[in-house]
Design a protein around this ligand. Structure first.
Ligand code: ADP
Ligand code: MG
Length: 343
C-alpha cells in the first residue's frame, strides 16, 4: 500500500505563479521517476500551501503511468516512529531494507527530522541506496533546505543534488480558480461576488481558503439560506484579519504601491521618475473617486501638494485611460481591488 490519498491529483491541483516550477517539476518527475536531474525533488513552503497535495499527486501519477513501480508516501513523523519501534526490537536493518525496495519514496515534512540523529543516520543510508539505484526521492519541508536547522550537513548537501522548488500563496486570480474548482467538484454554487470576496480576503493559505468555503456551506445549510455576500461577511469575520475596512487615502496609497512595486516614501516625495509619477497620479485619481476627501486634503497626503496638482493628475489619468490600453487595464484592476477591499 502506497499510503496515498487518491484525491490528491494533478487535475485537482491548480497551477499558478505560486507553484508553477514545483508543479511542472513534479509532472516531469512522475513521468520519469529517477530519470531526471530533479532527484531529490524538494518542495518547500509554509503551512497550507499545497506541499502534501503536490507530493501525493506525483505519487498518484507515477502509479497511473508506471503501475509496477513501488511508490510509498510517509510523513517524517511516521518515519521517525517506525524507526524507533524497529530500534527497540533491534531490527533496524529490516527497517532500512524495507525502504530500500521502494522505487519512489515521498517523505513529507522533513523538518521533523531535526535533531533526530539516529533516524537521520538511517535515512542517510536509505537515501544513498535509492539515489545510487536510480530511484526517485521526493521531499517536502516548511523551509528551504539551507535553513533546516538540526539536519546533518551530509543530508543537506545531498538535498542540493536535485531541485528545490518553493511554493507561495496563490495570487487573487489563482485563489478564484481554486475556489471555483472546489465548488464545481462539490456541485456548489454561489454568486461571483461572494467567490471574489472570499478569494480576496483569505490571504493566509489555501487550507484556510478551503476552510472558509466549508464554513460558508455549513452556515448556509444550517440557516437554510442561500450563500450571499451578507452571509459571507458574517462567516468570514473569524478569517478576515483587517479590522477597519474603510477606504482611506492611506489604504489606497498602500494598494497602489504594492501593485506597482513602488516604495511608499517614493510615492510621497517629489521623484520625477515616470513610473512613480504615474503611480502617484493614479493614487490621487482613485482617492478622488473612492473617498470623500477634498482635493486639498488629497494633495496634503502627497507631501503637501496643492489642489491644482490633484486636478491635473485626475485629468491626466482620464486622458491616458482613453489612449493607453495597458494603462487603462492597470487602473481598472486597481479600481476593482479598491472595491473588493471595501466590501
Ligand atoms: P501543506 O502540505 O503545504 O501544508 P496541503 O497540501 O495540505 O498543504 O494543502 C492544503 C489544502 O489546500 C489541501 O486540501 C490542498 O488540496 C489544497 N490546495 C493547496 N494548493 C492547491 C492548489 N494549487 N490547487 C488546489 N488545491 C490546493
Ligand atoms: Mg503537508
Amino acid at each position: 500500500d502506497s499510503q496515498l490519498n487518491p484525491h490528491y491529483t494533478f487535475e485537482s491541483y491548480i497551477e499558478g505563479d505560486c507553484n508553477r516550477v514545483a508543479r511542472r517539476a513534479g509532472k516531469t518527475v512522475s513521468e520519469k521517476p529517477g530519470g531526471t536531474s530533479f532527484n531529490p525533488l524538494v518542495i518547500y513552503g509554509s503551512v497550507g500551501l499545497g506541499k502534501t497535495h503536490l507530493a501525493q499527486a506525483i505519487g498518484n501519477e507515477v502509479k497511473r503511468v508506471h503501475p509496477t513501480k513501488a511508490v510509498l508516501y510517509v510523513s517524517a513523523e511516521k518515519f521517525i516512529n517506525q524507526f524507533i519501534d524497529h530500534s527497540k526490537n533491534s531490527i533496524i536493518n529490516d527497517f532500512i531494507h524495507f525502504y530500500q525496495l521502494i522505487d519512489v519514496l515521498i517523505v513529507d515534512d522533513i523538518q521533523f527530522f531535526a535533531r533526530a540523529e539516529k533516524t537521520q543516520d538511517a535515512f542517510f543510508a536509505i537515501f544513498n541506496h535509492l539515489h545510487q539505484s536510480g530511484k526517485q526521492l521526493i521531499l517536502t519541508s516548511d523551509k528551504p533546505p539551507k535553513d533546516l536547522d538540526g539536519l546533518q550537513e551530509r543530508l543537506l548537501s545531498r538535498f542540493r543534488w536535485g531541485l528545490s522548488a518553493d511554493m507561495q500563496m496563490p495570487d487573487f486570480e489563482t485563489r478564484m480558480e481554486i475556489l471555483e474548482m472546489k465548488m464545481r467538484n462539490d456541485g456548489l454554487e454561489m454568486p461571483k461576488e461572494v467567490v471574489k470576496y472570499v478569494a480576496y480576503n483569505i490571504q493566509s493559505n489555501v487550507r484556510e481558503l478551503e476552510g472558509a468555503l466549508i464554513s460558508l456551506l455549513a452556515q448556509s445549510s444550517l440557516n437554510r439560506k442561500e450563500i450571499d455576500l451578507e452571509l459571507a461577511k458574517r462567516v468570514l469575520k473569524s478569517f478576515v484579519k483587517t479590522s477597519s475596512k474603510e477606504i482611506t487615502i492611506e489604504s489606497i496609497q498602500k494598494m497602489v504601491c504594492e501593485y506597482f512595486d513602488v516604495p511608499y516614501d517614493k510615492l510621497l516625495q517629489k521623484t520625477r521618475k515616470r513610473e512613480i509619477v504615474q503611480a502617484r497620479q493614479i493614487t490621487m485619481y482613485l482617492a478622488k473617486s473612492f473617498t470623500k476627501n477634498s482635493l486639498k486634503t488629497i494633495g496634503e497626503h502627497f507631501g503637501g501638494r496643492d489642489h491644482t496638482t490633484v486636478i491635473h493628475s485626475c485629468q491626466t489619468v482620464k486622458d491616458l485611460m482613453d489612449t493607453d490600453n495597458t494603462f487603462r487595464d492597470s487602473v481598472i484592476e486597481l479600481q476593482q481591488k479598491v472595491q473588493l477591499a471595501a466590501m
